[in-house]
Ligand binder design. Structure first.
Ligand SMILES: C[S@@+](CC[C@H](N)C(=O)[O-])C[C@H]1O[C@@H](n2cnc3c(N)ncnc32)[C@H](O)[C@@H]1O
Length: 275
């Protein structure tokens, strides 16, 4: 496996999201990649509230709190935690009218919550992949704070996706990292840890989490080069094509093997009950 760069400190990540501020929310409405991913995440959240009816939810790496806000209309209590003070401020403003939705600055690798205190933990927006050297600690923390039979659902970067074709050096890194994910190219000065499905399954099993579903997004949309998929916004021709492909991807999101080859996985798991 290639050496993991050491500059990816929690401070770097917090500074990046502090600097992005409300731009992060704007990007969620203009970047075809994020529009496609939120279509799937919104669908996952709506299924979650219908099938699991969670009561006490943790939103780990909540960012600007869009998911916490949605869940606040369905659960008795929602807590959002994030490294970025600025994002936590935006999240708190968004949910100001909801007393049972609260936010706190904190680190996913050392969650300030009691064991088995949530019946649902979500972590969307690639939080686990941001933690390129300590991702297993964050997974262990999600499992620790989850009650037996709780749902733990999170998003992470997929090792193999069509976008790699535009990044030969990264493709080489991926090929060298046999059986496990690699560290990606930079985005906003940060790099990300990718995973294979098997790798994630094994890590989750170690922490008593059994996978219920695996969904993918930006599967064929990742054929659109980054500068149109991520940066240029939905108004360019290629940006619009990325959105069209994103609709096809949504149909394929749950279909094997397509679900393993999107830009990201959305994994939903259940914590094993006490024997
Ligand atoms: C791409 S944003 C996603 C925000 C939100 N979950 C969403 O889907 O809109 C990733 C968030 O993860 C947070 N994050 C990254 N590493 C973290 C860590 N170790 N502990 C807590 N938050 C972290 C970042 O600060 C950022 O707000």
């Amino acid at each position: 496996m290639p050496p993991v760069p050491s500059y990816e400190s929690t401070r770097t990540i917090a500074n990046t999201y502090n600097r992005l501020g409300s731009l992060w929310d704007e990007m969620a409405h203009t970047s075809p990649f994020l529009i496609n991913s939120y279509r799937l995440l919104d669908r996952c959240l709506s299924e979650l509230v219908k099938t699991a009816s969670p009561t006490r939810v943790l939103d780990m790496g909540c960012g600007s709190g869009a998911h916490s806000f949605y869940l606040g209309h369905h659960a008795k209590e929602v807590i959002g935690v994030d490294l970025s003070e600025t994002q936590i401020g935006i999240a708190a403003n968004r949910s100001a009218a909801l007393d049972h939705v609260r936010f706190q600055v904190g680190n996913a690798c050392r969650l300030p919550y009691r064991d088995e205190s949530f019946d649902c933990v979500i972590s969307y927006g690639d939080v686990i992949s941001h933690i390129i050297d300590r991702y297993e600690e964050a997974i262990a923390e999600m499992a620790r704070v989850a009650r037996p039979n709780a749902i733990v659902t999170f998003e992470a970067d997929t090792k193999w996706n069509l976008g790699l074709l535009y990044h030969p050096l990264e493709l080489l890194d991926a090929l060298r990292a046999k059986g496990v994910g690699h560290t990606t190219r930079e985005w906003e000065g940060m790099r990300f840890k990718t995973f294979t499905y098997k790798e994630l399954k094994a890590i989750l099993a170690k922490h008593h989490l059994d996978i219920l579903s695996c969904k993918g997004h930006n599967i064929f949309a990742s054929l659109i080069p980054d500068r149109f998929l991520l940066e240029k916004g939905s108004r360019s021709l290629l940006g619009r094509l990325a959105l069209g492909l994103g609709r096809l991807d949504l149909r394929l999101s749950n279909v094997y093997p397509f679900n393993r080859f999107g830009f990201n996985f959305v994994i939903t798991a259940r914590k094993r009950g006490h024997p």
